[in-house]
Design a protein. Structure first.
Lengths: 371, 307
């Protein structure tokens, strides 16, 4: 249970109101050629070795652009807090483009604020924009499941117990796709490998993540990856238990240089500067933007010293297949982990298949439950 | 598969979890016992814990010595305790309100000063392997005991003995039970309470250093998931008895390990429910030990919540 007993946004509003009261004369004169203000909102600290850091690296690239002012706010809860943060960025900082980056910001918060500000653009990571939603809202994301599939290949080569582990936050479609992809990648190496998943229930709970990692190591898993906001604790704990690790969100190799195999990273810098440039040029960003390895939305960490030659060769060849496009990690014949058939032979869900974004199952070989 | 312990993993993980997770609860609750026994409540220990985690990590990183980090965390904690104690010594100041202010101040300062230390990796505190006799890696891992845990356990018994058998213990208890009696004895209640609060703050700071320097062993803004607040509640649960605090901290640590472990042995349905286990346990024990005929046993008489 994260505790946020004080309102950062209340303080912001107060100081912003003060600042604008004293700066009124300037506002009138500066209106003609003022730079565009872009706001970034993060659910955690922006240097967490993880999800927020990946977005903040994108924000840093935007900051370096001409004609743009960047405002940022960290540690904003997925509650009405984020609505207030967005409102104050719009009302006090005159933000024209907002990146509320956490999954839980989208529905209902972005969808509630957006209709009140038709001239402001809301770009939300991981959300699923559908027809009928406000047109000034866009959702974008990357096919990072492919990165976890590649992680799985290195994990499959590295494991000796044939058991790999996954520390997961919440059973939402993106997380489930990552878990399934990680196992299916490993099963390309050896179809007997199983993947134990432990859900912590929250995006950021350091002690519980450490406990989950220890429980995985106790259960015999010898390669561990995760999908939590800040993978630092999982990486350090797993390496401390002599397990190999695969990274997620950002490059965590400095945390466990000997044990780090590779990692699935976001590459937001290119994506965000592109979106901001589109706005500066007066264009419109698509409401539904997705991209994968080939589009530069995601990238892989350099392979670590523990990766064998055979592992490297298979990693590179599968990566080349993914870069060529049309690759499917989820393909038939495939059952879920209760034995029910999901796909029959010949059926495949290619990386950009929209059905993947409503995934609600764990595939055969994953030990765990979605509820 | 070798080393497959089956369901034996569960008690083992609960034991391991009890040892790994309990230390912050233990230190904070011991600090709070000392403070409350002197007749004052310090709700600010959550903030002190977070500040201790930050300052311990920062100093350990800057000096390369985790023990200097622990010392810095203790000094930082003592400073917050002293501040709380001094403010509360003023007439007509409510210690609960001040405590909440101290909690928020501690967290705010920790976040502010801690920003540059989220990324670096600080050295960890050493641990002792009590599992050397076993070939089973799970047993070895569960019995990797940190030195601070042992210090905390010794402190619990030491404090129990202090309250029971020493002059210092008697003075703290008198001040906590009756300001008038303490004055009649020629003691200075405000001074003693302030010192007790400062010492309590130092304990909470050390608890924070354990979080950032051993388990989970890194500093970030979400490092404490409310352990400081829970520990304050543990004191009431433990009826202001240091040894009972030790037991309660172990219970909480062990119960916290239950959720992840049950998932790892395949009992994965309803994990949110298992995560609530420590809290259900608290309610259960409080109900079981409640008494319709007596007021809270062991509660210091001068405590603002029991007066």
């Amino acid at each position: 249970m994260p505790i946020t007993p004080f309102s950062r946004r209340g303080f912001l509003k107060g100081t912003a109101a003060l600042a604008s009261a004293t700066a009124l004369p300037q506002i009138a004169t500066a209106a003609a050629h003022s730079p565009m203000t872009v706001g970034f909102i993060y659910v955690g600290p922006k240097d967490d070795f993880g999800y927020n850091q990946a977005h903040a690296e994108g924000a840093a690239a935007v900051k370096a652009m001409d004609g743009v002012v960047v405002v940022e706010e960290e540690n904003v809860a997925e509650t009405t807090d984020v609505q207030n943060s967005m409102e104050s960025m719009i009302n006090f900082d005159s933000a024209k483009l907002l990146f509320p980056t956490s999954f839980g910001y989208f529905n209902p918060h972005v969808l509630e604020v957006a209709p009140r500000h038709p001239d402001v653009r809301f770009q939300h990571a991981a959300g699923l924009w559908t027809d009928g939603m406000p047109t000034n809202v866009g959702s974008y994301f990357g096919y990072i499941g492919m990165g976890q599939y590649l992680n799985g290949i290195t994990a499959g080569h590295a494991t000796t117990t044939k058991k790999i582990g996954f520390v997961a936050a919440k059973p939402i479609p993106q997380v489930l796709l990552n878990i399934n992809s990680f196992l299916l990648g490993a099963r390309q190496v050896d179809p007997e490998i199983t993947c134990q998943v432990i859900f912590t229930g929250e995006w950021s709970l350091a002690v519980k993540e450490a406990e989950a990692t220890n429980a995985l190591a106790d259960a015999g898993c010898d390669v561990i990856t995760c999908h939590v906001d800040g993978p630092k604790v999982v990486m350090e704990t797993a390496a401390g238990r002599d397990c190999f690790v695969c990274g997620y969100h950002a490059d965590q190799s400095p945390l466990a240089p000997e044990k780090y195999l590779t990692g699935a990273e976001w590459n937001w810098a290119g994506v965000y500067t592109g979106m901001v440039q589109t706005m500066l040029d007066g264009g419109t960003i698509g409401n539904f933007v997705r991209g994968g390895l080939a589009d530069g939305f995601i990238k892989m960490s350099p392979l670590g010293p523990a990766v064998s030659d055979a592992s490297r060769a298979q990693f590179e060849s599968v990566k080349a297949e993914i870069m060529a496009g049309g690759f499917a990690a989820i393909k038939g014949p495939l059952n879920d982990n209760s034995g029910a058939a999901l796909l029959s032979a010949g059926e495949a869900l290619v990386e950009n298949d929209i059905a993947l974004e409503s995934m609600d199952y764990l595939v055969e070989g994953v030990i765990g439950s979605t509820s | 598969m070798e080393n497959d312990l089956g369901l034996w993993v569960i008690p083992l993980a609960i034991l391991g979890g009890a040892i790994r997770v309990s230390t912050p609860f233990l230190f904070v609750s011991l600090g709070e016992v000392l403070t409350e026994r002197s007749g004052r409540i310090n709700l600010g220990l959550e903030g002190t814990l977070v500040f201790g985690a930050m300052s311990g990590y920062a100093i350990a990183y800057l000096t390369g010595s985790p023990w200097l980090g622990v010392l810095a965390a203790a000094l930082g904690g003592a400073f917050f305790g002293l501040t709380h104690g001094l403010i509360c010594s003023l007439p007509r100041v409510n210690d609960i309100a001040v405590g909440i202010a101290i909690m928020i101040l501690g967290m705010g300062l920790a976040f502010y000063f801690g920003k540059p230390y989220v990324q670096p990796v600080a050295p960890d505190l050493p641990s002792i392997n009590f599992g050397w006799w076993s070939d089973v890696p799970q047993v070895k891992a569960a019995l990797r005991v940190n030195v601070l845990f042992l210090i905390g356990a010794a402190l619990a018994f030491g404090m129990w003995w202090m309250f029971r058998a020493t002059k210092v213990g008697l003075i703290v208890r008198v001040v906590g039970d009756s300001t008038d009696a303490a004055r009649a004895m020629g003691l200075r209640p405000a001074l003693i309470r302030t010192l007790a609060t400062a010492a309590g703050g130092a304990f909470a700071g050390v608890g924070g250093a354990y979080l950032s320097l051993f388990y989970p062993g890194s500093w970030n803004e979400g490092i404490s998931s409310g352990q400081g607040l829970m520990a304050v509640a543990l004191v009431i649960f433990a009826r202001w008895n240091p040894i009972a605090c030790f037991g309660a901290a172990l219970l909480f640590g062990g119960a916290g390990a239950l959720g992840p472990t049950l998932q790892s042995v395949g009992i994965s349905e309803g994990y949110y429910l298992f995560f609530a286990a420590p809290y259900v346990l608290t309610l259960g024990v409080l109900i079981a030990t409640s008494s319709p005929s007596r007021a809270m046993t062991g509660a210091p008489g001068e405590l603002s919540i029991t007066k």
